[in-house]
Design a protein around this ligand. Structure first.
Ligand code: SF4
Ligand code: SF4
Ligand code: SF4
Length: 174
C-alpha cells in the first residue's frame, strides 16, 4: 500500500543525502530518492540483514554486515517503481578498491578476500613482493560485497560511483 501522504512529504522537500549503496537493481539515485516511501519493508525482508536505515531515513546497504546473495527479496516486497528489470542491468554500479592498510600490501600474508569471492574477481600475484599482492578484476566483480566483512583490516571499499553530496532535489507535489 503506497503511503501518498508520506510520499508527498518527501516530494515537497529538497532532499540531501550522502552517497550510499542502494538496493540491487535500483535504476538510479534520483529515482530512488523520489519514489522510496521509507516503508522499511526491504530492511526487514533481507535474510542477510545488510539493509539499514541510512542517511535521511533512506535504506542503504552496509556490506560490513555481510554479502548480497541476489535473492531479490528486497525487490519483491517493494511496490515502488525503483528498479531496472533484474536481467537488464548489473545489480550494482559500484567502485571497488583495496586500501593501503591491506595486510598483504604491508607485507603480511593474507588472502581472506580471495577465499570469499565466488566470481574469482580477486587474485594474488607476486609482482615485486615476496608476499602475493591482491588484484581485482573489475569485469568479474558483481558487487556482492562478500569480500568486505571478511577483511580483517576493513581494507576493501565498495562505494557508489557518484561523489555528489546532493542527489535529490524534488520540489513538486503530485
Ligand atoms: S537481494 Fe537479498 S541479500 Fe541482497 S539486499 Fe536484497 S534481500 Fe538482501
Ligand atoms: S582480506 Fe583484506 S587485508 Fe587480507 S589481502 Fe584481502 S584486502 Fe588485504
Ligand atoms: S564484491 Fe566483487 S571482489 Fe568482492 S567478493 Fe563480491 S564479486 Fe568478489
Amino acid at each position: 500500500m503506497v503511503d501518498l501522504a508520506r510520499r508527498n512529504f518527501f516530494k515537497a522537500k529538497s532532499i540531501h543525502t550522502k552517497p550510499a549503496i542502494r538496493l540491487p537493481y535500483v535504476a538510479n539515485e534520483d529515482t530512488f530518492i523520489e519514489n522510496c516511501t521509507q516503508c522499511a519493508r526491504c530492511i526487514t525482508s533481507c535474510p542477510e540483514n545488510i539493509i539499514i536505515k541510512g542517511d535521511a531515513g533512506f535504506p542503504e546497504i552496509d556490506f560490513a554486515r555481510g554479502e548480497c546473495t541476489f535473492c531479490n527479496k528486497c525487490i519483491d516486497v517493494c511496490d515502488e517503481p525503483l528498479f531496472n528489470h533484474v536481467d537488464s542491468a548489473p545489480a550494482f554500479d559500484l567502485h571497488i578498491q583495496i586500501k593501503g592498510n591491506c595486510l598483504a600490501v604491508n607485507q603480511v600474508f593474507c588472502q581472506s578476500c580471495q577465499d570469499s569471492c565466488d566470481t574469482e574477481a580477486i587474485s594474488f600475484r607476486y609482482l615485486d613482493s615476496s608476499i602475493p599482492q591482491p588484484q581485482i578484476l573489475l569485469d568479474s566483480c558483481n558487487g556482492c560485497g562478500a569480500c568486505v566483512s571478511v577483511c580483517p583490516q576493513a581494507s576493501i571499499e565498495l562505494s557508489p560511483h557518484t561523489t555528489l553530496t546532493k542527489v535529490g532535489e524534488i520540489n513538486e507535489c503530485s
